[in-house]
Design a protein around this ligand. Sequence first.
Ligand code: FES
Length: 112
Amino acid sequence: MQVDASPSDVTYHDLLPADDLPPGQMRLFTIAGEEVLVCSAVGGFFAVRNRCSHAESPLEGGRLRQNSISCPLHGARFDLPTGRALGGTGYRPLTCFPVKVEGGRVLVGVKG
Ligand code: FES
């Protein structure tokens, strides 16, 4: 996963039981003032900043498909593991956060 901080730069936040978020669902959290969208996809759990890189629109409510999310506003699609735009849109990548599952719980790392 492409992340914007090295593991030593981040503090992991225990967000929810892994069983509470089945594949194909997402949930929004606010961590240290940052909106973090946790997505349960085919490849596991991923966390991205809840802002599209095109026009800063919220990604919450976008369509999850395999390991990608589509922006609800104009439909740009992004790869969740890397944050990169798919389909040749040329948009900047999404901001991704490191995720780990420990003891059946989903933890997301946020800088600071
Ligand atoms: S704001 Fe997301 S595609 Fe335009």
